[in-house]
Ligand binder design. Sequence first.
Ligand code: SIN
Length: 282
Amino acid sequence: MNKSDVMNNILNIKPFAPNLGAVITNVDLSNDINDEELKGIRDAFHKFQVLFFQNQSEISPENHIKLGRYFGDLHIHPAAPKMKNYPQIFEIITDKNSKIANGAEDFHSDVSCDIEPPLGTMLQLHILPECGGDTMFANMYMAYEALSNQMQKFLSDLKASHESVHFYSGRYKTETNGESKTEYPSAIHPVIRTHPETGKKAIFVNKFFTTRILGLEPQESKFILNFLFSHIEKTEFQIRYRWNKNDMAFWDNRCTIHKALWDYFPHERKGRRVTIKGDIPV
Ligand code: SIN
């Protein structure tokens, strides 16, 4: 049986768009997942890069953690406030008192400033605004493939610094009343990474965390990063997902970037996410 047979026999799965994503409608994530379903989900995750599980009920924090662990050990966010009793859970909460919305500023790959950035993220939203609050995703394999051979060659030997102090310090100190003793992570990663499962190459820089390219003059680094930041955000690499209550999105941080739209202020949007540990990008 080939990959797509396994996926199609076990999972009711439909591509979301030709460039990225798929919707799965027949897996109840609040129940145990059997081996066949797990294999189908893993294969679909590698093929489609972002999965949207629909027809879900609200998953308890315990079950959300259990669900994430099917795909690996869980990553703990280095700076964000932890949910009481559940440090693995990152609460996504935006309402009329919010000054910022998590993930809204720019396209990013979650916590790419870590030495081992998360493999993937599973986000379920329980409260949605009447309209708005969509999440955009973009395909970083496609972004790499759209570059000329010469540009691919030029970028293939480069490494970039990913930092977080500029981004996390103001944001999370305020939220924890200045009590944070956080050490803000930073890491050096290849500009082009090879996905450990698919072997495909993807651009791995983002506006949130990537600050400079090593070995280039500051002006050169700025110029190349600005080029890449605008290249990876081209609409042809993107999708825009409109959430239903309790949908669970599962995205691959190694080959996609995403951005949450904050167009619904002062309305509420709430949910919880877990991230799964990844490995050192190569
Ligand atoms: C995030 O960047 O994890 C937040 C995504 C979202 O709220 O849609």
